[in-house]
Ligand binder design. Structure first.
Ligand code: BJW
Ligand code: ZN
Length: 278
């Protein structure tokens, strides 16, 4: 159910602009901020979907866009089962490098803002496509990791998960103690099914939620990209935060063209001023 009575055709788009040169637009952005604050105050349930963009301000590269990983590396050579079977050494070298990158970074103000946001709701679910563990590091709870976790390993053959830290040597990939299969990173590659329990829970929360935030995702990789569409169809208010427009922007009730690490802390500050949690 939608939490606010509004004209469903109404759509708000905010762009970051110089406050001096474009003060009417800045005022408009402030009005939209207040409307999003009201949506938070009036809704009891919230689902947040995050993508690589929320970790960009921590220094984790995104996948798409000019600076994205897929601009430098071919996904079909690194993020598919076929790639791992034909060249496990290259795939492990790539993941070792990425583990090092995410191991050196910290959550940013966007991650921390989402930890605070959960306090304003009876039901709050954080669904992330990210494998970097930064939401947990920021203290968020109730996280659904759709695409796995880069620090975890699993067996290629029997799927057994290994949560303990394992330093993998790409020249000497360890075998599963249960079945002898090769150890691989516990992430979801293209063409692979997501964990049914996790994706089903994400869909059922999205179907029931009153408010849905899509943050820092290009919204093109399915099934994750179907979650905000499902929520909107079921009557949720949809807010998108992304400096670039995506296929979702036209559907969103509020499209905020801003960095999550800048907009989300502003939202929390405004919420604290006008309606403290609880
Ligand atoms: C900022 C910012 C700032 C920057 N603040 N924002 C239906 C239709 C068509 C295709 C399919 C379909 N269903 C399934 C498919 C196939 C495929 C798919 O979706 N392909 C599309 C590319 C078309 N999906 C799958 O294969 C999935 N499996 C599946 O569906 O199984 C069933 C099935 C199998 C076979 C056939 C059909 C069905 C699995 C998908 C797995 C994705 N895996 C990866 C790698 C994970 C492991 C790893 O990390 O190594 O997941 S790919 C990569 O993309 C990664 C991400 O989680 C995912 C999404 O990317 P994300 O997070 O959106 O990042 P970007 O880079 O794309 O966008 C960043 C955004 O941030 C940008 O918009 C910026 O503007 C923004 N931004 N700075 C806020 N400061
Ligand atoms: Zn095994």
């Amino acid at each position: 159910m939608a939490c606010q009575e509004r004209d469903p055709t109404e759509r708000r788009i905010a762009k970051p602009v110089s406050l001096v040169a474009f003060w009417p637009v800045a005022l408009y952005l402030l009005c939209m901020l207040d409307e999003i604050v009201n949506a938070v105050r009036n809704c009891r349930s919230c689902v947040v979907l995050t993508g690589a963009g929320i970790s960009a301000e921590s220094g984790v590269p995104t996948f798409r866009g000019s600076e994205g990983l897929w601009g430098k590396f071919k996904p079909e050579e690194l993020a598919t089962m076929a790639a791992f079977i034909s060249n496990p050494k290259i795939v492990w070298e790539w993941y070792k490098w990425r583990r090092q990158v995410v191991g050196e970074v910290k959550p940013n103000p966007g991650h921390y803002a989402l930890r605070y946001l959960q306090q304003w709701f009876d039901q709050f679910t954080l669904v992330t496509q990210n494998v970097d563990g930064l939401h947990r590091a920021a203290g968020s709870e109730n996280i659904l990791e759709l695409h796995g976790n880069i620090y975890r390993n699993k067996c290629l053959d029997c799927n057994h998960q290994f949560s303990e830290d394992m330093d993998i040597d790409p020249d000497n990939i360890p075998s599963c103690p249960h079945c002898g299969g090769k150890i691989r990173p516990d992430v979801v590659w293209f063409g692979e099914m997501l964990d049914p329990q996790i994706i089903n829970k994400a869909f059922s929360e999205s179907e029931q939620t009153e408010l849905f935030f899509s943050i820092g995702t290009s919204a093109i990789v399915h099934p994750a990209a179907s979650l905000p569409i499902t929520a909107k169809r079921q009557g949720a208010t949809l807010v998108e935060i992304n400096p670039e427009m995506t296929p979702l922007s036209g559907l969103a009730d509020y499209y905020v063209s801003a960095k999550s690490g800048e907009f989300l802390p502003t939202l929390i500050e405004r919420l604290k001023q006008t309606s403290p949690p609880g």
